[in-house]
Ligand binder design. Structure first.
Ligand code: ZN
Length: 88
């Protein structure tokens, strides 16, 4: 029986390193695009920077999914997070 090396792609959350396991096992993909589509199908997020974020929902994960903010211009005040979770 020959031994064959196979290269595949698996996903893990960029923040907490949780493996992508939609059916209780680590999914293997032929390529990154297939992995990205599957991740988004199961509620994971793929950011513009190609970071993969699980749907944990804690403050760190929510923060990673916010769009980048611009520094306030001259005479402008910075926005303050008024969500109930802010400051936890
Ligand atoms: Zn995570």
């Amino acid at each position: 029986m020959p031994l064959i090396t196979v290269t595949c792609v698996i996903l893990a959350c960029d923040l907490c390193r949780q493996n992508f396991e939609p059916d209780d096992y680590t999914a293997h993909f032929d390529g990154a695009n297939e992995a990205r589509v599957a991740a988004e199908t199961y509620g994971w997020s793929v950011t513009a920077e190609d970071r993969v974020i699980c749907p944990s929902g804690d403050a760190e994960h929510r923060q990673a999914l916010l769009p980048p903010t611009r520094a306030p211009g001259p005479g402008q005040l910075a926005l303050v997070d008024a969500s109930p979770e802010a400051g936890r």
